[in-house]
Write a protein that binds this ligand. Structure first.
Ligand code: NAG
Ligand code: NAG
Ligand code: NAG
Ligand code: NAG
Ligand code: NAG
Ligand code: NAG
Length: 486
């Protein structure tokens, strides 16, 4: 056990500590505004919120950090951002673009943890036993599980997991017995979706977001991409609000509130991103979330984030996602859903038709045994919008992770599971497949980084992500879709 105290007591102490540090942060961010007029605006907003809600709904004696403060707030944290990847065993590139591994990032985060760890997850299969395999490459996943177990005995570890996917409870039983608190979120019952989110929050200041599931294959047999942001309490606090929403929904019998309480709302969104330095490069950053019903006031929905990033692009839009189909795949009856598809065609057309330079749109999609059967024809339709003479430039390639005979036996592996987009302005790193379900009823998040305004010569997340895309696009593992026969 962690200490002599029962868990709830530890949690209480923890909560009080957090409230104290949040109040302190509120001060820090408030001072960082360094503008009397901004503080006045803040005061007016707080005042109006309090008067419209009535004093009884704001029991905090201190100015509550739960209210979104001034818009477009700045953050004085010295945040460091690192792109991380899992490159499946046997996948070899010629070039020099390489990022630290997700396994290493997870070990770092576990090593950094001093006061808390929150994990939002889809399902848990970190060991060979869970997948009925005897693969030596499960060792990294098994190591992560062991270390998470050790950590659960030392500090509060909270895990939100999808209820329907709670099918392999062995990992979760182990973690519970080690001291972790698990809540299963019934997304099917709540929104007819799943909790597909994958993120970590450590000590309310370091975060991880990306495509990997809590699955050993995500470390060694599936191609994944994620991002870690260290020492960034402003961003971590905001991600914490999304975690708290899952945690809230994970209580039995809980329903989605018609209006989320104001402490879940955020000031950071596509119109007023959080202004902070990422590795010394001034950046505008926000977290988008889906489905819209779990977004509290101020939160940009994941779909709005995707559409606005595409709209904002001037030179190129590079998309790398596992699956892309203009439909609601899992609804019965199936529905046609073309919000993103239409936006891509629109963006390519508008540039071409209005005498601007062409907008180059490239989609790198995964081809594997379980690909959606409707995917190829709709991707070919997109790729047919290619006519250099009229500056129409949409291209599609399929990425195949090859497998040797023994790798072929590993179920649901050997696939490019990435979910990101990079434009000439933005890096978007998400957790969702690109079909309607993921934006309408399934829970997911994305980190959106805008470094347009910076004049830096340093590598940016955007330039690093573009290098990853180009490496994959030009590699021997990807081929134009029209060269495929289905
Ligand atoms: C976070 O900040 C602390 C204190 O400034 C520093 O010692 C540590 O190296 C930083 N961590 C990272 C990953 O940058
Ligand atoms: C908001 O307050 C409620 C009640 O205290 C709590 O359960 C919830 O976790 C809080 N939400 C956030 C984002 O802190
Ligand atoms: C990126 O930031 C610039 C200003 O710095 C803004 O004009 C632009 O709309 C932002 N792009 C997106 C997609 O948020
Ligand atoms: C994403 O889409 C694929 C193909 O439709 C599906 O098999 C997978 O379960 C989805 N979710 C994940 C884990 O990415
Ligand atoms: C940020 O700094 C870290 C090391 O402190 C480095 O690993 C990472 O690549 C840098 N990220 C960018 C986008 O430059
Ligand atoms: C590496 O380069 C060689 C020679 O140009 C080429 O045949 C091979 O397909 C390349 N491999 C990848 C993964 O791009």
């Amino acid at each position: 056990m962690k200490t002599g105290l029962p868990y709830e007591r530890v949690e209480d102490v923890q909560r009080r500590r957090e409230e104290y540090s949040r109040a302190q942060m509120y001060y820090r961010c408030g001072l960082a505004l360094a503008s009397v007029s901004a503080l006045l605006v803040l005061a007016v907003i707080l005042q109006s919120l309090m008067t419209t809600r009535g004093p009884s709904s704001s029991p905090d004696p201190v100015p509550s950090p739960r209210f979104p403060a001034a818009r477009g707030q700045t953050c004085s944290d010295t945040c460091r951002i690192v792109l991380v990847e899992s490159i499946p065993e046997g996948l070899v590139y010629n070039g020099s673009t390489a990022n630290p591994s997700i396994y290493q990032a997870w070990l770092n985060l576990i090593g950094e943890a001093r006061s808390s760890l929150d994990i939002a997850s889809f399902y848990w299969t970190l060991t060979n036993k869970d997948t009925g395999t005897k693969e030596p490459t499960a060792n990294q996943g098994e190591d992560v599980l062991k270390r998470l177990g050790e950590l659960s005995g030392k500090l509060p570890v909270r895990i939100a997991v999808d209820l329907q996917k709670d099918k392999h409870p062995a990992n979760l039983k182990f973690l519970t017995s080690a001291g972790a608190i698990i809540r299963s979120v019934n997304m099917r019952g709540l929104t007819n979706g799943v909790l597909h989110t994958k993120f970590w929050i450590v000590d309310k200041k370091h975060i991880f977001i990306g495509s990997p599931n809590m699955d050993w294959r995500s470390l060694t047999q599936v191609k994944e991409l994620g991002v870690v942001v260290y020492n960034c309490s402003c961003l971590a606090e905001d991600l914490g609000k999304i975690f708290e929403a899952y945690w809230f929904l994970g209580q039995s019998g809980q329903e989605i509130p018609a209006t989320w309480p104001s402490n879940f709302s955020t000031a950071y969104n596509k119109d007023t991103p959080l202004q902070l330095p990422l590795n010394d490069t001034q950046s505008g950053v926000y977290l988008s979330s889906s489905p819209p019903s779990v977004c509290a006031a101020g939160r940009t929905s994941d779909l709005q984030a995707v559409l606005s990033v595409i709209q904002d692009a001037e030179e190129f839009v590079n998309i790398a996602v596992m699956s892309y189909v203009p439909m609601m795949e899992f609804s019965r009856p199936k529905q046609y859903w073309a919000e993103i598809d239409t936006q891509l065609r629109r963006a390519a057309f508008l540039k071409a038709a209005n005498a601007g330079p062409a907008l180059q749109v490239r989609l790198l999609i995964s081809d594997w045994a379980h690909s959606q059967p409707f995917m190829p024809p709709f991707l070919k339709s997109l790729a047919s919008i290619y006519d250099p003479k009229h500056k129409l430039d949409i291209q599609v390639r399929l990425f195949v992770v090859p497998a040797n005979p023994s790798q072929k036996l590993i179920p649901y592996a050997r696939v490019n599971h990435n979910k990101y987009m990079v434009t000439d302005k933005i890096a978007y790193i998400g957790t969702s497949n690109w079909s309607g379900d993921y934006f309408v009823n399934t829970a997911g998040v994305a980190l959106v980084v805008n470094q347009t305004a910076s004049q830096t010569e340093e590598p940016t997340v955007q330039s690093q992500l573009k290098a990853v895309f180009d490496r994959d696009w030009y590699s021997a593992y990807s081929t134009p879709i029209d060269h495929h026969s289905f």
